[in-house]
Ligand binder design. Structure first.
Ligand code: MN
Length: 255
């Protein structure tokens, strides 16, 4: 055993699944996890979920471009702190999507939500724009780590709407922030969290909304990540699948 190499203290398993749902004709969600085939000694991992919007195929273009641009920029920016790398990668992805949206004779609005998680040096780092979500799940409970950038969530926080009113509000999908809509982007970068294995993280698009947090947690604690991801998407589909559904699960265990 080489004494200078810190021993890996945890192992990471990933599950991911996306589906168009029961109502939409196109899947405008996208996800990615990098490196795509991690070896045992990989030091940095990145996970992304994006939910695109725009006419025709524009939403699909926006979410896929955001995922690839974010991935590229994150791994290129080694000189900064992880939080700063995430912020800059979001800004780079924003510039790419915005440039594509405004190019051409008849520029069209296109944008995307984006929730990203980086696993570096025993810490979890999150950055986020829009209404896709990140949760942390363990034996003791389930915590939503991201704040939805929606009009309805702002009103709920101000006490104008109750929890129940917010959940069923007809304009609950109206975003106050998205990637690719404006030349500048305000990014939520969360404080780094030390890993306390066993622990799971869930990144998901709003298409998972028909499944309750209790159900999500039960499924994630009972099944390995890939099976859990597929089961959760299936549950959303069985309840009408009104939107595209994307689930990305990162399970961290002591090794
Ligand atoms: Mn959606």
């Amino acid at each position: 055993m080489s004494w200078w190499k810190p021993k890996r203290k945890y192992r990471v398993r990933v599950g991911a699944y996306t589906d168009v749902g029961q109502v939409r004709t196109q899947n405008e969600d996208a996800y990615g996890h990098y490196p795509e085939t991690p070896d045992r000694d990989v030091k940095e991992r990145l996970f992304i979920v994006a939910d695109g919007m725009g006419g025709h195929a524009r939403g699909e273009e926006a979410s896929h471009l955001a995922v690839s641009a974010l991935h590229e920029a994150f791994f290129a920016g080694q000189q900064w702190s992880v939080g700063e790398r995430l912020r800059r990668a979001f800004e780079a992805a924003n510039a790419r999507v915005y440039a594509l949206a405004t190019a051409g004779m008849a520029p069209e609005t296109m944008g995307t939500t984006c929730t990203a998680m980086a696993l570096v040096n025993g810490h979890v780092h999150m950055a986020h724009v829009g209404d896709s979500r990140a949760y942390r799940i363990d034996e003791s409970g389930m915590v939503q780590l991201t704040r939805d950038h929606t009009l309805v969530e702002e009103l709920r926080r101000q006490g104008v709407l109750t929890e129940d009113e917010a959940r069923t509000h007809p304009r609950r999908h109206a975003l106050t922030r998205a990637l690719g809509i404006q030349p500048q982007l305000e990014v939520d970068v969360l404080e780094a969290m030390p890993i306390e294995a066993p622990q799971q993280f869930l990144l998901c698009s709003d298409g998972l909304a028909p499944v309750t947090e209790d159900e999500i947690r039960q499924v994630m604690l009972a099944h390995p990540p890939q099976e859990a991801a597929e089961r959760l998407v299936q549950m959303a589909n069985e309840r009408g699948g009104p939107d595209n559904i994307t689930v990305l699960i990162v399970a961290i265990d002591k090794s």
